[in-house]
Write a protein that binds this ligand. Sequence first.
Ligand code: MN
Ligand code: MN
Length: 363
Amino acid sequence: MLDGRTTLTQFIIEEQRRVTGATGDFTGLLHDIATACKFIGNAVSRGALAGMLGKHGEGNDSINIQGETQKKIDVIANDVMLRSNVWAGHLAAMASEEMDNFFPIPAQYPRGKYLLVFDPLDGSSNSDVNMTVGTIFSILMSPTAGQEATLDDFFQPGTQQVCAGFALYGPSTMLVLTTGNGVDAFTLDREIGEFVLTHPQMTIPAETQEFAINASNERFWEPPVRRYVEECLAGRTGIRGKDFNMRWVASLVADTYRILTRGGVFLYPLDAKTRAQGGRLRLLYEANPIAFLVEQAGGLASTGRGRIMDIVPTDLHQRVPLVFGSRAEIERIAGYHKDYISGKDSASIDSPLFSTRSLFRTQ
Ligand code: MN
Ligand code: MN
């Protein structure tokens, strides 16, 4: 305790004490992740002063495994995560959004019992415009601890995560964390170089008046998503009986932090544009860690058709639809998907009854 404040290090050690047989490995791992996040946060905040902005390479050199343009800062952040976490002996392997294949711990280092998966810089298209970005991570137990890691080791459902979190590089640098005992958030005190517990036990309000979706994709949406959004837009005069606000930062970490703070719902649903690839966001590095945090804060995370954390991954870079936030809203959206799939929602989206049929239901 410093002036009654709890540092991240102290917090993790106290968490670990509650686990019988804990060896200090987990404390060490989280400490290394936090150090990496301080490095990345510093690079992000230096921006153009340190030559951090812009594309990584020319032409195809700048396209990653996801078919997305790599920024310089994506590559730097990925390197920092690898270097910070490779040496200490806590990990068996790592996997990242920015690497085609998983990264086994090289033979010169001791091999540990955890797997670390991460999105080194989420929202990186925002870095050039000086908006909030972050690092998302998820920790799994290696099912074959002691042996060489295999690809299959990573194919665990989100329910198996032992820890998930993200760093937020915004006006403040923050670390938001769960180990399955609720969600706690820390703010980096730059004067002492430590993350300090500032937001203990965050909870998402059950009711909300905010939704976040990329409305430019509207023509690709499925009927249940249209139905939900149209009802929000109808506001006070519609069946929801209240006005909504729309928010869309296009940086998953920033949208998530807002929802953790004051509620709301985020949708990157299955649509005609992303159907072929299964969705837009990545299950291992994005949907699972966010889902773990959101559920731990009392919210829900769904594909629209089922719980995110129940999905058994079949591919490292698997994509899924992601809908999360305030419990009552996600239950409503899941219900609309159910109606649609079961055929109860048979009205065409062009039907004049579409936006009002919840009131005038004939079945
Ligand atoms: Mn991302
Ligand atoms: Mn990224």
